[in-house]
Design a binder for this molecule. Structure first.
Ligand SMILES: Cc1ncc(COP(=O)(O)O)c(C=O)c1O
Length: 384
């Protein structure tokens, strides 16, 4: 007889992203649910991968990441945020942002530590905290703009608070931090001495001239933060799962102890490719805001022809929409119905929170799609 299997994550099922993408495929619906582009990354990336594969770069990369890639990441961060990181001791290449988030939580969270998350939030945070033996403390983002209510965050801090997890630009709302947010976060972290895990995977997707408020801009935050980014979002290659974590040397030393037994090292030819491309074509990330702003504006104009209500996103490739004028149905049911009857798949906001404000009626669309896809989706939504 085998011992009883007790789930370590009893509350976790299949993620809503998998559920909605499958439903979209089953119904032949336009899939604006899961966050990935329906267009390919730059052709040069594919050429470079082929070159590296054929040049025999097919064995383990160094555990912290390929040296040229860490150097390029350091260069990029210095250029954008004015902080020179040490590629040897402060940058680790990971299997996407997800692995970096998981390893950062395992690095600092001990049994019974409290970790503050700002809801709604990405669905990997809480299971990572649970597996580390920590306790998730939820603070709601302020409606309707999904700004951080710093007083509420301060009220949630206790002696046990070990880590604050933040995300800007924000999935699912598309909100972005201001310089005041950064200052408030810095003051609070210094006053209470907790660490910060900053999910910045959409750092290059910001609109209307906004600046990305990376923790790396602030001395005190840079000294206590794990900053996570993802090449998948930046280079339209979500399936490659390459990201990185930047953190001060002492934190990075401990982070790598976890990373080396979770992943050890990340696909060699992909790392070499990203390093080459960053060096050859830094314009790509500089031009990304304009690239996505054009899509945001187009999708907003198209949604203007529907009865959904929305505020144009400040960043990310997501647009949220309020359907309360159309239905009183809870959002999971509504998103399913929309997929089955109208043929457009979205993600219900409640999937990003354990506690939802009663009566909130929000769904999230991904607009990282070709124009024809967005037009076809909007035509269907206009029938509502
Ligand atoms: C907020 C946020 N964090 C992290 C990730 C994970 O990034 P990756 O695909 O690089 O693991 C995503 C992906 O959708 C995300 O939206």
């Amino acid at each position: 007889m085998s011992p009883p299997l007790e789930s370590k994550l009893p509350a976790v099922g299949t993620t809503i992203f998998t559920v909605m993408s499958k439903l979209a495929a089953d119904c032949g619906a336009i899939n604006l649910s899961q966050g990935f582009p329906d267009f390919d990354g730059p052709a040069r990336l594919r050429e470079l991968v082929t070159e590296h594969l054929n040049a025999g770069r097919n064995q383990y990369a160094p555990m912290p990441g390929a040296v040229p890639l860490r150097e390029e990441v350091a260069r990029k961060n210095e250029r954008l945020y004015g902080r020179r990181l040490d590629p040897d001791g402060e940058i680790t290449v990971t299997a996407g942002g997800t692995e970096a988030l998981f390893c950062a939580v395992q690095t600092v969270v001990r049994p019974d530590d409290e970790v503050i998350v700002l809801e709604p939030c990405y669905d990997s945070y809480e299971p990572s905290v649970t597996l580390a033996g920590g306790r998730t403390v939820r603070v709601p983002l302020a409606r309707p703009d999904f700004q951080v209510d710093w007083q509420q965050v301060a009220d949630a801090v206790t002696r046990r608070t070990r880590l604050l997890i933040v995300n800007t630009p924000h999935n699912p709302s598309g909100a972005a931090w201001s310089a005041q947010d950064l200052a408030q976060c810095s003051a609070l972290a210094q006053r209470h001495g907790f660490y910060v895990l900053s999910d910045e995977v959409y750092e290059h997707i910001l609109f209307d001239g906004r600046q990305h408020m990376s923790m790396l801009r602030d001395e005190a935050l840079a000294a206590r933060s794990f900053v996570v980014s993802s090449f998948g979002k930046t280079y339209h290659t979500t399936g490659w799962k390459v990201g990185y974590c930047a953190a001060p040397a002492a934190l990075t030393r401990e982070f790598r102890k976890v990373h080396q037994f979770v992943q050890f090292s990340v696909v060699t030819p992909l790392q070499q490719t990203k390093a080459d491309f960053l060096r050859e074509c830094p314009e790509h990330y500089l031009e990304l805001p304009a690239f996505y702003q054009q899509r945001r504006d187009r999708f907003a104009a198209l949604l203007g022809g529907t009865r959904l209500r929305f505020r144009p996103s400040a960043g990310t490739y997501f647009q949220s929409a309020d359907y309360s004028g159309l239905s009183d149905m809870p959002d999971v049911q509504y998103a399913e119905q929309l997929t089955r009857t109208i043929g457009v798949a979205s993600i219900p906001f409640s999937a990003f929170s354990a506690v939802n404000p009663p009566g909130e009626r929000l769904i999230r669309f991904c607009f990282a799609k070709d124009d024809a896809t967005l037009v076809a989706a909007a035509e269907r939504l206009a029938r509502l």
